[in-house]
Write a protein that binds this ligand. Structure first.
Ligand SMILES: Cc1ncc(COP(=O)(O)O)c(C=O)c1O
Length: 462
């Protein structure tokens, strides 16, 4: 394993000089906000740029830098930052006195639900405000529906900060993924959550053979997000469907990243696999706090009168918030109307972006590989993650491939490259991120040049 302490210290020092206003605001923030921010993924070494505006593919910070952004609101902004079509609808709603929370129901909520159900094949939907809540409620529904305890997930899968989601997220060489990520929960959560290896159908078969009659649900992302931007193989997803059906477990797809990312609807459809429940978030909210659980009526109805109100998926002061529903409806409508042009273009640009990064590092003799390509499982992809494997023959098919520090230089990807690229006015997360409809080939070339300079700079440290 390489030690990047000296390089990171040099970059941090330079960044402090480069962004003094963000530096000062970070110090101020730390006086009241834990670590100076409210989401760990927004952390940057030595501090994040503080924004004053964001439009399209670019953001602008307090120090006057225009930064090319591939984070795009935690991958929510598929139309780029503050897209006109969404902003104007939300402004209109606010100006028309129908934007802030009222505590009543309205027409837009109905229309957004209709689009989501139609595009995902779901019979029922209920909205909430975060992906974590959507996955948590999905699991509650599954446990109530089956009357079973065990929750099966994949190592490296991130389902948000909720009890069952907080096991087996980060790789650790001792326990791999068999550990809780947080203190504070009762031991029973640890015991009831079992972790299997992504894209390993045999391991899945073995796990079901051992615990199948106790497994309430299997929750997974058909395209692993934070765990490495790795697509499920068709064989694996079909096996997941067959096994859950055979053992009477609920299959939950976490489509918080993948929903409306690859087509105007769920990704499951591109695999020809329909889950029992699916969690949505990010893109479907158009940049507003919207998430949803969608799927089979007989399961979702457990949260309502028809199902005896057995699952308290009922609260949420800001659930189906009026302006949020306007954004959700508008973004989904827009993606549906422009599906045929948007997704092929995004896929093409995603491919060019991944190749540009790999090539820029290769030119300086640095082995870099990207994930994000669907590897034949379905069409193209607008997502990308950059990795620095120690062995060029390494196959990147599971989260531990890209998070095991013995296999890939994880710190180089997650910390060094991020700070080095910020000094070139580019913002990436896990080495890259997502392209939006606001990105063009000019942005890809800007990134390529930035990576070339970074590669030249860091080469002598590796
Ligand atoms: C796949 C997946 N599921 C769930 C979540 C949690 O969503 P939220 O951050 O809105 O709670 C995330 C967030 O990144 C995610 O990527």
């Amino acid at each position: 394993m390489r030690d990047h302490t000296k390089l990171l210290a040099e970059l941090s020092e330079e960044y402090r000089r480069y962004a003094p206003k963000s530096a000062a605001l970070h110090e101020r923030a730390r006086a009241h906000i834990v670590d100076g921010m409210s989401h760990a993924r927004r952390a940057v070494t030595p501090f994040p740029p503080r924004l004053v505006r964001a439009k399209g593919a670019w953001v602008e910070d307090e120090d006057g830098h225009r930064i090319l952004d591939f984070w795009q609101g935690h991958y929510a902004n598929i139309l780029g930052h503050n897209a006109d079509v969404i902003v104007s609808a939300v402004v209109q709603a606010l100006e028309g006195s129908r934007g802030l929370q009222t505590g009543f129901e309205d027409r837009v909520h109905v229309e957004a639900a209709e689009i989501l159900c139609r595009q995902t094949g779901a019979e029922r939907v209920r909205f909430t405000t975060s992906g974590a809540l959507a996955t948590m409620y999905s699991i509650l529904l599954a446990r109530a529906y089956t009357g079973r305890d065990l929750v099966l997930k994949v190592g490296g899968g991130w389902h948000g900060a909720q009890p069952w989601g907080l096991k087996g997220v980060s790789f650790n060489s001792r326990s791999r993924y068999d550990h809780m990520e947080t203190d504070g929960f009762p031991d029973i959560i640890d015991r009831d959550t079992i972790v299997s290896r992504f894209n390993d159908p045999q391991h899945l078969r073995d796990t079901f053979a051992k615990h199948g009659d106790r497994i309430a649900c299997f929750i997974l992302e058909p395209f692993v997000g934070a765990g490495g931007f790795i697509p499920a193989t068709r064989e694996y997803l079909r096996e997941a469907r067959a096994l859950t059906e055979h053992y009477g477990s609920v299959l939950i797809f976490d489509e918080v990243i993948s929903g409306f990312r690859f087509r105007a609807g769920d990704l499951g459809a591109l695999y020809g696999v329909r889950p029992d429940l699916a969690a949505f978030g990010k893109i479907v909210g158009g940049g507003m706090p919207v998430a949803a659980v969608a799927g089979r009526a007989d399961i979702l109805n457990l949260a309502g009168a028809e199902g005896g109100n057995r699952v308290r998926f009922t609260g949420g002061t800001y659930s189906a918030h009026p302006a949020s529903m306007v954004a959700a409806k508008v973004v989904m409508e827009y993606l549906v109307a422009n599906e045929a042009s948007i997704y092929p273009r995004l896929a093409d640009l995603g491919e060019k972006t991944r190749r540009a990064m790999e090539q820029a590092f290769a030119e300086e003799g640095i082995l870099a590989r990207t994930t994000g390509d669907p590897r034949g499982a379905f069409g193209g992809s607008s997502l990308g993650m950059l990795h620095f494997p120690y062995d060029e023959t390494l196959e990147l098919t599971s989260p531990d491939d890209v998070y095991d520090p013995q296999k890939c230089d994880v710190a180089l990807r997650d910390r060094v490259i991020q700070t080095a690229l910020l000094l070139e006015d580019v913002h990436v997360v896990h080495g890259l991120g997502a392209v939006s409809t606001a990105h063009t080939e000019a942005e890809v070339e800007f990134l390529r040049e930035a990576c070339r300079r970074v590669a030249r700079r860091i080469r002598r440290y590796l």
